[in-house]
Design a protein around this ligand. Sequence first.
Ligand SMILES: [Fe+2]
Ligand SMILES: [Fe+2]
Length: 180
Amino acid sequence: MFRYANEGREANVNENAQTPMKGAVRDAMNEQIKHEFYSAYLYLSMAGSFETANLPGFARWMRKQSEEEREHAMKLFDFLLDRGEQVQLLPIDQPPSAFRSPLDTFEQALEHEKEITSRIHRLYEFAVQESDYPAQVLLHWFVEEQVEEEKAATEVVERLKLAGEDGAALLLVDKELGER
Ligand SMILES: [Fe+2]
Ligand SMILES: [Fe+2]
């Protein structure tokens, strides 16, 4: 059945409808779609600033990261639709566009991933509290993914710290990251 924007959710719940999601899980997941798109936006902004700074490897890494974040958003988007829920896309905040250095950029990326990790954990807690088993299964993937995301960003931060002010070392890290 096609749902119109102003139609109440309750009107759709009938004996033929799917098992409805609990409001807390649905709303938090809907909210998380926005944060994943914001991540895509943030990394695209970082990619742009690296491109401008003639660091194509870092730029490529960030561009790929941005694409992955969009895929994360789409996983949640598709999940809500599969559950018979209506998705309400929320406005995405404007990301910063100026960054001080590659190290500063990747430190911000790492901080951002840590914040996303805590959001995913809270979302998982909601799914447990509401006994939403399909949501828990989906969120397992996100929990694992966040471990990888933090690990990847930390590795780059560590390498950039080692490179320090050495331009040649920085270009080497840039080259390596471009092979991602
Ligand atoms: Fe993500
Ligand atoms: Fe991420």
